[in-house]
Design a protein around this ligand. Structure first.
Ligand SMILES: O=C(O)C1=C[C@@H](OP(=O)(O)O)[C@@H](O)[C@H](O)C1
Ligand SMILES: C=C(OP(=O)(O)O)C(=O)O
Length: 462
């Protein structure tokens, strides 16, 4: 990692900056990224509830997956690393949690992982005993009320350690070993993870679960479809034929041996590098059928002016002479990467359907506006997204707010704008600990040495 100057955070601790590499010529690289966070953490939860030992092949190894592994161990699952053939670390063997669980209180560190703070509390309800949940300082600000109220409606006691009624982390779940289940109405408009969390355990409720959403639209529907698909793959019957209703039949969750797809959302910054440098990036093993939201890159990047092809399992993206702006709806966790490209575009862009990003690792709408404008850009918040207009960008520090996707957005801007530094690049370890090395390797692959276009550094010039 290339270190640059440091600033201090609010507590006075020095924070190292990473000098984002500038692409002095078009990138020409083949990149493979680690396993999907969303798939790894779903399969870990299912394995912990399954009817026998399971194996995850080529899973993600990152802060979010490590937090999930430790949480499930706390609840009584046995998870062992075993040699595998993935390039990013060992496979995982999971022996499910025993019904008569550990007598002592489990302490669950959620870090800043939405999948841990939302998926694990319903599982703790199936354990006998108390489980104490907490996380990073910002985790206490992320929406949790829906899960807490859902558990209470299911008859599970949830309290704060001081006895008051919590609406966010920290809190204690008092499991009794069984949950009756049945019809449950929630408002999941703040996060699709509320739906996924309850569906993942629903088959283990005595009567299964009929989950109904009432309220503004549920965001990130692709992630719910992913949950339904992994459940069905494990033999669970899920009826999602009526919008906003999901019916999970009670029954066993079948143990499995599952290869984890690479993380297509995390492929995004690398594909974006093709557009930001007017080069080419190839991603092998792109799944032909997938529930990952990152599969949307193919359409999004084509609309931004790239040439996109998928042949023999290799996704190839070549940047055009300019990055085109446009209207991008419901981009979910892809939004920070899309926004970075929009800040380099020649035309205006509107991102909509992402109001709930205010409850992500940071308030991503505010953070993106602040950081794009800090580099001289022209971004503005709307009620449910962003408007980004072309502007000439200049060097500066991009703050990352402990948000992996803000850090990678800074890296994308740095490819096109000389002199960008990213604060706390290590925060990418949430889902991609190897990010700085993968990024450097991508740039080093440009062995052809094709001269780059003159005058990058201004979005208006793209
Ligand atoms: O279930 C999941 O794995 C996820 C669901 C989405 O959450 P939201 O619905 O809160 O956006 C997504 O943004 C997050 O990165 C991962
Ligand atoms: C929103 C995200 O993460 P989390 O799973 O913590 O919600 C994300 O990875 O973009």
């Amino acid at each position: 990692m290339t270190a640059a100057a440091a600033t201090r955070d609010t507590s006075g601790t020095p924070v190292q900056h990473w000098a984002a590499p500038f692409a002095s010529r078009p990138v020409n690289a083949t990149v493979t990224v680690p396993g999907s966070k969303s798939l790894t953490n779903r399969y870990l939860v299912l394995a912990a509830l399954a009817d026998g030992p399971s194996r995850l092949r080529a899973p993600l190894h990152s802060r979010d997956s490590a937090l999930m592994i430790e949480a499930l161990r706390q609840l009584g699952a046995t998870i062992t690393e075993v040699p595998g053939d993935g390039s990013f670390g060992p496979d995982l063997e999971v022996v499910p949690l025993a019904a008569a669980a550990a007598p002592s209180a489990a302490r669950i560190d959620c870090g800043l992982a939405g999948t841990v703070m939302r998926f694990v509390p319903p599982l703790a309800a199936l354990r006998n005993g108390a489980s104490v949940f907490d996380g990073d300082p910002h985790a206490r600000k992320r929406p949790m009320g829906t899960i807490i109220e859902a558990l209470k409606a299911l008859g599970v006691a949830v309290s704060a350690e001081d006895g008051t009624a919590p609406s966010s982390l920290p809190f204690v779940v008092e499991g009794t070993g069984a949950v009756r289940g049945g019809h449950l109405v929630i408002d999941a408009s703040a996060s699709s993870q509320f739906v996924s969390a309850l569906l993942l355990v629903g088959a283990r409720f005595d009567e299964g679960l009929h989950l109904e959403h009432v309220g503004k639209p549920v965001p990130s529907l692709d992630h719910i479809n992913m949950t339904v698909a992994v459940l069905r793959g494990a033999g669970v019957s899920v009826d999602d034929s009526v919008p906003n209703h999901w019916v999970v039949a009670p029954g066993p969750i079948r143990a499995f041996d599952q290869r984890i797809e690479q993380d297509l959302s995390n492929a995004g910054p690398f594909l974006a590098a093709a557009l930001a440098s007017r080069g080419t990036v190839r991603i092998p093993n792109w799944p032909l059928e997938t529930q990952q939201v990152g599969d949307l890159w193919r359409g999004i990047l084509a609309r931004m002016g790239a040439t996109v092809s998928l042949a023999d399992g290799v996704l190839t993206v070549t940047g055009g002479p300019e990055i085109k702006g446009g209207d991008f709806a419901d981009t979910s966790e892809l939004a920070p990467t899309v926004a970075a490209l929009c800040a380099l575009a020649t035309g205006p862009s509107r991102l909509s359907g992402i109001a709930h990003l205010r409850g992500h690792e940071t308030d991503r709408l505010a953070a993106l506006v602040a950081e794009i404008n800090r580099l001289g850009g022209d971004a503005e918040e709307t009620s449910d997204g962003l408007v980004i207009r072309p502007a000439r960008l200049h060097a500066g520090v991009v703050h990352s707010y402990a948000d992996h996707r803000m850090a990678t957005a800074g890296a994308i801007l740095g490819l096109a704008v000389d002199g960008v530094q990213v604060e706390d690049i290590a925060t990418t370890a949430k889902t991609m600990p190897d990010f700085p090395q993968l990024w450097t390797n991508m740039l080093a692959q440009d062995a052809a040495g094709t001269p780059g276009p003159e005058g990058r550094g201004s979005g208006a010039e793209h």
